[in-house]
Design a protein around this ligand. Sequence first.
Ligand code: ADP
Ligand code: MG
Length: 681
Amino acid sequence: MRGVGSALAEKLLRLGVTQVQDLLFVLPLRYEDRTQVCQIGSLLPGMRSVVEGEIQLTEVTYRRRRQLLCRISDGSGFLTLRFFYFSAAQQNGLARGARIRCFGEIRRGPLGLEIVHPEYRRVLQEQAPLEETLTPIYPLTEGVPQGRLRALIAEALRELDTSAVRDWIPSHMIESLGLPPLKDALSYMHRPPREAEVTELAAGRHPAQRRLAFEELLAYHLTLTLQKRMAKTDPAAALEDSAGLEARFIAGLPFNLTNAQARTLQDVDTDLRQSLPMVRLLQGDVGCGKTVVAAAAAARAAGSGRQAALMAPTELLAEQHWRNFRDWFQPLGLPVALLSGSQPARTRRSAFEAIASGEIRIVVGTHALFQEGVDFKHLALVIVDEQHRFGVQQRLRLQEKGQKDGLFPHQLIMTATPIPRTLAMTAHADLDISVIDELPPGRTPVKTVVVPEQRRDEVVMRIVEACRAGRQAYWVCPLIEESEESRSQAAEETAAVLAEALPLVRVGLVHGRMPSAKKDEAMLAFKAGKIQLLVATTVIEVGVDVPNATLMVIENAERMGLAQLHQLRGRVGRGTEASSCLLLYRGPLSQLARERLKVIRETNDGFEIARRDLELRGPGELLGTLQTGLAQLRVADLMRDADLLPCVQKTAELLLSSYADNIAALTARWIGSGERYGRVG
Ligand code: ADP
Ligand code: MG
């Protein structure tokens, strides 16, 4: 393209632009309406408007700092333009009597309405032409000014009809969705007409956006699917478990596996016996017993003379898993190492040595597992718990560690984030999926009650009752505090108040800012029943397992998302005793909050909750935290555009089977041709 030198080209590269066509896929973040001039008399603070008027006065003042003030009028009122940075030439150009047209955000200033640093230009006659379309605002990269980018894209748009902007998707698929062809969609996105539905565009629901979102989702789906196919060509160690440790582990459990656990474990075992790496997602609602399945897989790795590592998102959880594993594997003569960031260096060093020598075959830890210095002898299985808490990168690092002598480790990824199947098929298109859709027998569903803040006393009495009956309770403190520090403080205060109000109840506390030794101490004491009421921040959200706890109180439940409430509630109802969850709220409730509380009260089923969440569309709650490669989508939003997914999947199959030649060009357009995703499963 003419006028694009190497410096600019380099900057454009940061936007993923290497060729003219790429410019067309740099999509506006939002639009401004510069198609009409607003009367100064009708302006309101906050508007971003085009204004035209005659300069009444231009002067340099020294109010606190040097600045140029320029007052214009159009007969309906006055407006001040304020410049803190200006050149002499600029000042001279803004001479009294000149007519200028300017654009910017209207705000209230000391002299009435004003615009600070407006974009402006001189206009000669009153009818100077205005913009004919809405003005796109593009994402910026350092060193490429908005105006420059806009001009480049405008130039690229001129080639829309002639260039190689091809529709790689068979047109009947697009037509069946009632969406426009690619060229129309692109030209609309870059130049929406004056009368465009701005609210629809802002919400991302315009057919032009949906057309592009469809293509983007398709590109990701294809990339992840191909990634999976490629991963399946790598060599891995076939885990035969000649020592028979897995069978011995299962036989030693104090319970039988549920059918769903047995079925899932069969999927896993079949994968592990192959000399290709497993990349399997184990999905199951809170409390369904994913850990046992993971442990059985770890036993198989150990029984094959190799190593397994389990990574948990918090120290609390890593410790809990480690204790479980230690108790389970002791009878099999297998030591289990724990690696966490808070360990004394000496303990850690000796663990490092035992891991490097292969003496220890099963390791549990936090992300400390992939720190420098950890060197596995032959890691054959990586298990990731609560996958949504980890970035893809972290998983990759652990996987790289295992890649030795040309062999790749198997991966088992566990999540309780129940996302509807259609979403999962795209978000996790690179994974095989097993679902545990059954809870262990004998569980009584948790009874959920919504209680207004005013009846807090009754809630406190319920705690006394539970403790008197030999049960235990959680009290989860509000999330409303901004920082972890103030949250922790709120938890401390709540614990103090409750301890005073309940002299016969042993009250403990865990929060994010406690040293982990203190946290562990409190958790252990709670597990052992020495603490009866555990006051906590949402650090206990994931994984914590104390079956004797039967009461969960959640403060300010109206502020929490459905997924989080469901996770928290999952801390109770883990034993055979009936459990309750009391959701304290402070009114008045918004419509959305009311709906959410209704959903959580009505059902205990994580998948149903996810479905309802999708309907209610709590902003990104479900997937906002779900870290997948899809985090960097440009136009699409997995939640918002979920209705497109069945057709995305169908179209992907069609392309893979009949239009394979189109795939590379299509994915390069959206994702780039480099190996941006690395080798993550
Ligand atoms: P999650 O899937 O939420 O991680 P856990 O693995 O922590 O669930 O299991 C929850 C509880 O259920 C644990 O106390 C575990 O020992 C117990 N459990 C797991 N499987 C069974 C089973 N088949 N029968 C009875 N209890 C089980
Ligand atoms: Mg768990």
